[in-house]
Write a protein of this length. Sequence first.
Length: 304
Amino acid sequence: MGKWLKAYKIHGESGLKIKNKVGRPAKTISKLKPWQCASITRMITDKTPNQLKMPFMLWNINSVKELIIDKFNIKLSTPTISRYLKKWGFTPQRPLTKSFAKDPKKVTKFLIEEYPLIKKRAKKENGEIQFLDEMGINNNTHSFIRGYAKKGKDSQPVLTKSVKRVSSNMVSTINNSGHFRFMVYEANMNVAIFLKFLNQLIKKHDKKIFLILDNLKVHRAHKVKDWTEKNKDKIEFFFLPPYSPELNPDELVNQDVKANALKHKLIHNAKDLSKNLRSYLYAPQRNKQKVRNFFKKECVRYAA
């Protein structure tokens, strides 16, 4: 109260007027008009920098800054661009990779024509659709982990990699009901290993399996074709479009395994690697909801 009385004695009623808050002038906070914001968000949503003939691979702060300069001749600071992107609902994300060899027409045909027919047949024959994929993992797969350390550039945590690189492999299948089957193996995938897994897959399985898999050479081997012909009442193969791993829900299992199976664990030999891998893979077998959640991602929601 003393502050207001003092201001009144010195300046009279004019001293009681509320002054503007301290900070940047309001006119400098937002330099893009609403229609300009809408135009930019539409472009970075629908187009890649390459499609707009810009020398960038992905949309980031620098490429958006250049886009705004190019379209509206408005130069904004890096923090301002960052605030705009956050306001528009954009966040930095790890990109999906796509092959130049992919045929969009084959992808569309699979999604619109082929998969609905597979689904219809599976329902009619009381069968079960499963997706299969393989992956390899090694003891130096630690690209996603973080560790605590004192703040400062000279105190960053150091990750000591194993001297000897050891690796292991797995093949697995999942379905949208939450069922998950896997097999861990040491050698590179070959016909014998693949047939061993397939025999385990159909063993004691009371429904015919409609198996969707990629175009790996082993999957189309003559011995595999002979085996499927002998077991056609129990299993049937259907192939994804070439170079389309993002259509396979089992690929998301692989990503999860690579990110988390060996997290914060230092592995020195193949035995420990296989042990840790198997231990991690048993969890989704007990947690069907986790497997079902993989089918919620946009690129594989067609199979949910």
